[in-house]
Design a binder for this molecule. Structure first.
Ligand code: HEM
Length: 439
């Protein structure tokens, strides 16, 4: 479809209930594809990799392409799809003259999902990888640019824009979104080079690790902070966020990422740790709540799940600092990364997802609040086991730790499966207004 046709279709505004149901269908698509990426290309492959590492008792025999394919599927395929879906849904809440951008939404979904899938298949199978890797990266970038254009065109009319400065939560989200563009553009360049010059479908190790820092700290962490600042006072009853501290935390993150690339790893570790601690203070995460949390239909543990996620953020930063001076075989780095991606990011999505996604997907009610609790508890146990055992095993400090590592993977696989089952079952239920239930 040509650009002129797309914009023509979108000038006939889709508003009101029609916009709501169009956006709900789109969020459902992003949620379902995100869950599928989480289950098979993401977690199952991660478990498979870990079993292989534990069997060989070393990280080096596992193909880097498989490790990178796992990370891609989790970050872009799962968390990225959720972010884009929620991003599109939030457009229905903006006071814009334009209708809901249905065509852009579906073009983004196709380009993004297809791009992540091609990149994953190229890495895993090696089939035509010199074409699939850059093509996948290009499609992801195109999907993102369509999303970006839709968001820009959706800004409220000038007369409705308040003169006040951009709130800190929005600044954190804009920062994360801008960094996503940087990551996707860098990924396209780097994978283009890999396709032309490398002998295997994988990035060189150091550059790969730097890009992991860029995407996790540059995109996921600030985006989570932004949404937390906006919604935790309402959902979890926390006090209003301190905007100044949140802005400083984002600046420290930017400096920490820059230091990673220089590479001044010690300075980077200190900056990221300071940013993490500051964010906890800014978001009032560990302060007493100032009003009751809104827990209808979800687990009563919700506010604690958020607090636990922030504990993992700090643990990850401490391990990162320790890794700078002590790591020999990747065990402490790995534990730090896992604490961040699983403990913080996945822990946060397991808590917030069941709170908001059922409502965004057609005012549904979460299928089971008990399963929500079970998924978070299993994730915490699995993550704790992995983060403790990985340094002991990889750094050759305690040989029995190798036997416990696969157990951690199975517990996390169970957690992920329960989370996905709960959301799939929720989506299979009729919307609340049809089943005469209230959210
Ligand atoms: C749930 C079970 C999971 C298992 C069993 C698992 C396993 C692994 C393994 C074995 C590695 C290789 C490096 C190492 O040994 O430390 C790895 C790397 C990685 N994982 Fe996971 N993981 C899981 C979940 C996740 C999640 C939820 C995310 C993100 C949200 C994630 C993101 C990553 C990233 C970014 C890498 C680094 C990839 C690279 O080096 O390019 N993982 N994971």
């Amino acid at each position: 479809m040509k650009a002129a046709e797309i914009s023509q279709r979108e000038t006939a505004p889709i508003t009101g209930a029609t916009a709501e149901s169009a956006s709900q269908r789109l969020v459902i698509a992003f949620t379902v594809s995100g869950l599928l990426f989480l289950l098979l290309p993401g977690t199952f492959l991660g478990v498979w990799n870990l079993i292989g590492i534990a069997r060989e008792q070393t990280l080096v025999t596992i193909a880097p392409a498989w490790i990178q394919a796992h990370g891609q599927a989790q970050i872009f395929g799962w968390v990225g799809s959720f972010i884009l879906g929620i991003g599109y849904y939030s457009l229905t809440k903006m006071k814009s003259q334009r209708g809901f951008p249905v065509v852009s939404g579906w073009l983004t979904w196709w380009a993004w999902t297809g791009g992540v899938l091609l990149r994953w298949l190229g890495g895993i199978t090696g089939w035509h990888w010199r074409v699939l890797l850059p093509l996948g990266a290009l499609l992801q970038l195109i999907g993102f640019l369509i999303f970006w254009r839709a968001v820009r065109r959706h800004r409220p009319a000038a007369s409705e824009v308040e003169s006040a400065a951009m709130p800190a939560w929005m600044m954190a989200v804009v920062f994360g979104t801008a960094m996503l563009f940087v990551v996707l553009a860098a990924q396209l360049v780097v994978l283009g080079r890999v396709a032309l010059t490398a002998s295997v479908p994988a990035l060189p190790h150091v550059l790969d690790q730097q890009l992991v820092v860029l995407v996790v700290w540059g995109v996921l962490v600030p985006t989570i902070w932004g949404f937390n600042a906006r919604w935790l006072p309402i959902f979890a009853g926390f006090d209003q966020a301190n905007g100044r501290e949140l802005r400083i935390a984002c600046v420290l993150v930017a400096a920490g990422i820059l230091a990673t690339f220089l590479p001044w790893l010690g300075i980077s570790a200190c900056l990221l740790l300071t940013a993490a601690v500051l964010s906890i203070d800014a978001l009032r995460v560990w302060d007493a709540a100032v009003q009751p949390a809104r827990l209808q239909g979800i687990s009563a543990g919700f506010p604690h799940f958020i607090r636990w996620a922030y504990a993992w953020l700090v643990i990850s930063c401490l391990l990162n600092a320790l890794a700078v001076v002590q790591d020999r075989s990747g065990g402490i780095w790995g534990a730090s990364r896992h604490a961040l991606t699983v403990g913080f990011v996945a822990g946060m999505v397991f808590a917030i997802g069941p709170r908001i996604l059922p409502a965004f997907c057609g005012m549904r009610v979460l299928w089971s609040s008990r399963l929500m609790t079970a998924s978070v508890v299993l994730l915490e146990v699995g993550c704790a086991l992995r983060v403790t055992m990985e340094p002991l095993a990889y750094e050759h400090l305690w040989s029995s730790a190798w036997r416990l590592l696969p157990l951690s993977a199975f517990i996390e696989l169970a957690a992920v499966s329960v989370f996905a089952l709960n959301l799939f079952a929720t989506l299979l239920q009729p919307p609340a207004h049809l089943s005469k239930q209230t959210v």
